[in-house]
Design a protein around this ligand. Structure first.
Ligand code: ADP
Length: 629
């Protein structure tokens, strides 16, 4: 039983092959985690780093809160099961399972007890005297599991353990491994390229591609709320249908015009999580709909307005017994073309033939929309932005009968119909000049998402914890102007993440017996903790002294005070500008030719010291673009 924490884990193989990039994840005790993705995406490398079979280039791996980067595999209390079983051919099943316990000098009677217990769990007591070559693939894999079980590891790592088995046996072993996980109550991490295996076994799944984590979530959330086109296409069989097109909004009506000629229309409330800026009829989007979320029209179908009509021409019908897959095309002139191709999962008694033109219905609830260029979802479960079209006169911003004072830090000229955007965290509830009506509430992973009606607009706000307001309530709201962007007026959100160039240095102590280490920014020296020193040396060795670095920290972690001569471990600088945001004043501080921003109640021209706890600083190796601490 163990928890694991992977923080900014990178693996760079010789020749600068970046196999794993910035892998971050906390795994709780007793979870069943699956790493899934196409071949070469970095799944095995990540697993092997956890096992200790592969060195971690940068990042921190903890098992039960202990940093284990430098632990030998045998000291990590982890057992790994491989695809090729890795059994000793000359030993019996019993001896294969007993082997690791014998090398650990366990007394014979205890070994016997453990081997018999594992053999019982796995149903292989009959084969204990056989050699591996006299076993089937499934039996060998059970022995490999048994060899792992006897060691009672804290974590089980399984690397494509079923890929050598035929389909039927694979399905049986899948449920056997899930039961084993329940029975052992241990943390499992399982690697596979098979999304069905991932979906059926994982309590959470990590989808990887080209060395990058694409999404980490429960199987159902990956299916319902894929973050990007890749995850949407990878999870689910048959694959999600994708169509290029544009979307536009006229009053309360929204229409997706797909390139294949089909229009899918709906009411704005059905699409209101999509940022309005995409609804201009120009932004290229990808409309996604799963085969399960399309049905064939039937007069008896119940419809509360959740289904959009369309037509398709059938090219292939696959009758699978329990269901029928219909391969069709939305473009009625080109049944076999790629553009417009659509797969529909229909009832087994649907009676359609090649060449038929059928009336279909596309769910207005369960569709997906992605930005064509970034391939990221723009109909996210938690919307990212609020977009408001507002008028600005003097220091007043107004829209939909609401009016807000613009703080002096936001220097904008008068404008009509300026597009204001802000992350949804920029709209706060409970106080402020604005008034909204709560239209809808969703509870998502311990957070509350409010849909707020403000005049004609739907805006969003997200809070931690349970809902404080009910549907129908009138609530006051405010705008956090540090987060506001007005592109047409050149207004950017205040950047509260500071990034400063620097280096890592050493100086001999006066006694000349040992070194002091420093994180240098210009002439200033911050003092690293022992743990920071350990990490930079583990990662870079003595090369650290010749590596250009970036020191990155949040403004909230910086404290600004008056300059004191001789103060140690602080960044010295001069305030070049004060930014007044009403609730907080920020200083832009020149530090040896670079700029940093932090909260401060003083004046431009002040000489100041900025202190930042060194453990709040992230260190990036600029030469290879990797976070090392
Ligand atoms: P997966 O398990 O997802 O198939 P791997 O973790 O095995 O992927 O590999 C990830 C990437 O790292 C691939 O591009 C692979 O070619 C590369 N790679 C794996 N092992 C090595 C190695 N020892 N040396 C160099 N490159 C490697």
């Amino acid at each position: 039983m163990a928890s694991l924490s992977l923080k900014h884990i990178f693996k760079v193989y010789d020749g600068n092959v970046k196999a794993v990039n910035d892998f971050c994840m906390d795994i709780e005790d007793n979870e069943f985690i699956v790493f899934v993705g196409p071949s070469g995406c970095g799944k095995s490398t990540t697993l092997r780093m956890i096992a200790g079979l592969e060195e971690i280039t940068a990042g921190e791996l903890r098992i039960d809160n202990e940093i284990v980067n430098d632990f030998e595999p045998k000291d990590r209390n982890i057992a790994m099961v491989f695809q090729n079983y890795a059994l000793y051919p000359h030993m019996s099943v019993y001896e294969n399972m007993a082997f690791s316990l014998r090398t650990a000098h366990m007394p014979n009677d205890q070994i016997h007890e453990k081997v018999m217990e594992a053999a019982n769990i796995l149903g292989i007591t009959e084969y204990l005297e056989r050699k591996p070559k006299a076993l089937s693939g499934g039996q060998r894999q059970r022995v490999a599991l048994g060899r792992a079980i006897v060691r009672q590891p804290k974590v089980f790592l399984l690397d494509e353990p079923l890929s050598n088995l035929d389909a039927k046996l694979r399905a049986a072993m899948r449920s056997e491994i899930s039961r084993l996980h329940e029975r052992l109550g241990t943390t499992f991490i399982y690697v596979t390229h098979d999304q069905v295996e991932a979906m059926t076994m994982g309590s959470r799944i990590v989808v990887m591609r080209d060395g990058f984590v694409q999404q980490i979530d429960t199987p159902i959330n990956l299916y319902k709320y894929p973050d990007n086109v890749f995850v949407a296409g990878f999870i689910g069989t048959p694959q999600m249908n994708f169509f290029d097109g544009v979307v536009s909004k006229k009053g309360d009506d929204v229409c997706f015009a797909l390139d294949c000629g089909t229009n899918i229309d709906m009411k704005y409330v059905q699409a209101d999580k999509i940022p309005v800026k995409y609804m201009d009829g120009e932004h290229r989007i990808v409309f996604g709909i799963r085969p399960d979320d399309i049905r064939i029209h039937n007069d008896k179908n119940y419809d509360d307005g959740s289904w959009a009509p369309a037509k398709a021409v059938v090219s292939v019908v696959e009758v699978l017994g329990g269901e029928t897959l219909i391969y069709a095309n939305l473009n009625l002139d080109t049944p076999d073309a790629e553009e417009g191709a659509i797969i529909i999962k229909a009832d087994p008694d649907s009676f359609v033939r090649r060449g038929d033109v059928i009336d279909i219905e596309i769910s207005r609830r369960k569709f997906h929309v992605f930005d064509k260029e970034t391939e990221r979802s723009i109909r996210r479960r938690i919307p990212e932005e609020n977009i408001i079209v507002a008028d600005i006169v003097g220091n007043k911003l107004s829209f939909e009968g609401q009016s807000f004072s613009i703080p002096s830090a936001v220097k904008c000229s008068n404008a009509t119909a300026a597009e204001i955007s802000m992350p949804i965290s920029g709209l706060t509830l409970g106080s402020g000049n604005g008034e909204a009506k709560v239209q809808w509430i969703e509870s998502i992973d311990g957070k509350t998402l409010y849909f707020l009606k403000v005049g004609e607009l739907t805006l969003f706000s997200l809070e931690n914890g349970e809902a404080r307001f009910k549907v129908g309530d009138s609530v006051a709201f405010d705008i956090d102007f540090t987060k506001v962007a007005i592109e047409s007026l050149g207004i950017k959100p205040l950047c509260l993440t500071n990034t400063l160039d620097g280096v890592f240095t050493k100086e001999k102590d006066k006694s000349r017996k040992f070194y002091h280490f420093y994180m240098n920014i210009g002439e200033d020296k911050l003092i690293p903790t022992d743990s920071i020193c350990e990490k930079v040396f583990a990662c870079k060795g003595n090369k650290i002294f010749h590596t250009p670095l970036e020191y990155i920290f949040e403004a909230k972690d910086a404290t600004v005070g008056p300059h004191t001569d001789g103060a140690r471990g602080v960044i010295t600088g001069k305030v070049i500008e004060m930014l007044d945001y009403g609730h907080t004043r920020y200083a832009v501080i020149d530090v040896h030719g670079q700029k940093l921003t932090a909260a401060y109640n003083g004046n431009a021209g002040d000489e100041v010291d900025v202190s930042v706890p060194s453990n709040a600083i992230t260190i990036k190796d600029k030469s290879i673009d990797i976070i090392i601490v």
